[in-house]
Design a protein around this ligand. Structure first.
Ligand code: ADP
Ligand code: MG
Length: 557
């Protein structure tokens, strides 16, 4: 067995690789499993034209075998394997990807999800292992070969025993250090959770022996039972046909993914084929997460590339104002960077994000139209978010969001959209009226609403702090401006102008006396034409209403 040296630059690259490309050590398993999946794809492809290879789908698998006593982790696959030359090329030359070459040689189109392309993933094994042994057999060679390396120093290659095509990778797991507990990578539960996290939708079964102990009958002794289990789900739900899926399937997926403790209010499952193709499965939650309106809440969708998870929470896929949406996007068209953790071009991401935004909007509008009850329950949870959306970013999103907004209205105290309000306006009503206050009850007691109601007009209750701020940004809806019932210019004429003038003259002295008395508390005392049953009300003059001033006064400087 002769020892061959890596070329110098390869050595440096390997060090770099092992120490700096990846953020999480655990992805070594994702990389090795991806390679095995590619290898099975390749033998599958070969079997289509090669009579000597029988591709029986059931006999193709990946298996993970941890062995604590020997500190080894073995990965077996029944893929295409490698000849001696291929071992040298693919594992001896860093950044050489046999998979990339395979893809271009065979001009693979749809249906093949070859993952590899950079020719570095394999070496991530050295993040957890101090020695890696690969035994591989290709259908193109009678002999099997063993490749072995302890990292940057080089590798050895020699003949080995193996009859069926495929590859076995044996990792000798590093000893624990103070920072890292490598023992973890020998634990069944840990391996299982890494597989679930990154490789759940690899199309071939990933198997593992699961040991359970069972009490013997009529005795205190236990039997250890070994059962081989498939630990990945293989076909991701979003790649299945909608018609094959039930509401329950979606609900289960939602809770398996820990998107929320509630049931989703609505799921949006769709495929896009175009400049960039992708599938998406999105959920609108029913209730808001407990931390939703806090800084702790992180929005984002999961991002998959060909069934492998690339990013846990990709914030760029949803705008802040739809930050409540959960779910994932899977695309084969993403250009990934070398660690497969970040994307190379955000142009692709931007395109997807724009698409997704439009889709969410149209789904919400259709919910509003077709299932009012559901929409209102959605709005109870996330309406505030939409109003924040109108208010923030200098109002750039207001056009996008205005049709999704609702407020409780004085008509039956029910939610009304702005469209509904405007459509119900009598012909002589010029403005959209609103009244601000802490609650509907309090507003109902306010003297300010009398004039509007007296005219038979409807007004909207603004009971959340954000309401008035959002409306100030929106300014108008369908050419109708918003006016506070408490504002100066409500456009409602006094009932009797002549009488008003007369009263004004007669009460000038009284008003002056009042003003003098209250001079520390109010800036002016005026006669009002708004009141009907109440004798007096408070009002503000400037741009801000009293309610807005209250909010601003509570904000830190
Ligand atoms: P990539 O997967 O991006 O090509 P890797 O470093 O992960 O890069 O793997 C390098 C190459 O080694 C692959 O392209 C493939 O040709 C070969 N290879 C790795 N693992 C296996 C395997 N289990 N079976 C067959 N070939 C493999
Ligand atoms: Mg790879």
């Amino acid at each position: 067995m002769t020892k061959k040296a890596f070329r110098a630059e390869s050595k440096r690259l390997l060090d770099l690789m092992i120490n700096s490309i990846y953020t999480h050590r655990e992805i070594f398993l994702r990389e090795l499993i991806s390679n095995s999946s590619d290898a099975i794809d390749k033998i599958y492809y070969r079997a289509l034209t090669d009579e000597s290879l029988k591709f029986d789908k059931d006999s193709y698998f990946i298996k993970i075998i941890p062995d604590k006593s020997n500190r080894t982790l073995k990965l077996i696959d029944t893929g295409i394997g490698m000849t001696k030359e291929e071992l040298e090329e693919n594992l001896g030359i860093i950044a050489k990807s046999g998979s990339l070459a395979f893809k271009s040689e065979n001009e693979l189109k749809d249906g093949y999800d070859i993952i590899g392309q950079f020719g570095v993933g394999f070496y991530s094994a050295f993040m957890v292992a101090d020695k890696v042994t690969v035994i591989s057999k290709s259908p193109d060679s009678d002999k099997a070969w063993k490749w072995e390396s302890e990292g940057a120093e080089g590798y050895m290659i020699e003949e080995a025993e193996k009859t069926d095509p495929g590859t076995e990778i044996l990792l000798h797991i590093k000893e624990n250090t103070e920072e890292e507990n490598f023992d973890d990578y020998l634990e069944e539960y840990r391996l299982r959770s890494i597989v679930k996290k990154y490789s759940d939708f690899i199309r071939y079964p990933i198997k593992m022996d699961v040991y359970t102990s069972k009490k013997k009958e009529d005795s205190d002794e236990y039997d250890t039972i070994v059962e081989e289990q498939t630990i990945n789900s293989m076909v991701p739900i979003w790649r299945k046909n909608k018609s094959d899926l039930s509401q329950e399937d979606y609900d289960n997926f939602y809770s398996e993914k820990h998107y929320g403790f509630d049931k989703p209010l609505k799921h949006i499952h769709f495929t896009v084929d175009g400049a960039i193709s992708y599938r998406a499965l999105l959920f609108i939650p029913e209730t808001k997460p407990f931390d939703y309106y806090t800084k702790e809440y992180e929005k984002g969708l999961e991002l998959y590339s060909s069934g492998v998870m690339i990013m846990n929470k990709c914030p760029d896929l949803v705008p802040d104002y739809f930050g409540f949406v959960k779910g994932l996007v899977d695309s084969e068209d993403l250009s990934l960077n070398i660690s497969r953790e970040i994307l190379q071009h955000d142009r692709q991401l931007k395109l997807i994000a724009k698409n997704i935004k439009n889709k969410i909007k149209s789904e919400l509008l259709s919910l509003l139209e077709n299932d009012r009850e559901k929409y209102e329950s959605f709005y109870e949870s996330f309406g505030r978010q939409l109003k924040f959306g109108v208010y923030s970013d200098f109002g750039t999103n207001k056009e996008e969001l205005k049709d999704l907004m609702m407020f409780k209205s004085s008509k039956e105290k029910k939610y009304a959209t702005l469209k509904e309000y405007v459509e119900r306006m009598p012909e002589d009503q010029k403005f959209i009226y609103y009244a601000s206050g802490d609650s509907i009850d309090k507003i109902d007691k306010s003297p300010q609403i009398e004039a509007v109601l007296d005219k038979g007009y409807e007004f909207l209750y603004f009971t959340e702090e954000i309401d008035e701020f959002a409306i100030n940004v929106l300014m108008s809806y369908s050419d109708k401006e918003f006016r506070s019932v408490a504002g100066k210019d409500t456009g409602i004429e006094p009932a009797d102008k002549a009488l008003d003038e007369k009263v004004k003259e007669e009460s000038a002295d009284l008003l002056n006396d009042m003003k003098e008395l209250l001079k520390d508390k109010v800036s002016d005392v005026k006669l009002s034409t708004k009141l009907r049953k109440h004798p007096v009300c408070l009002s503000s003059e400037g741009e801000l209403t009293i309610e807005m001033e209250k909010v601003l006064n509570t904000m830190p400087d």
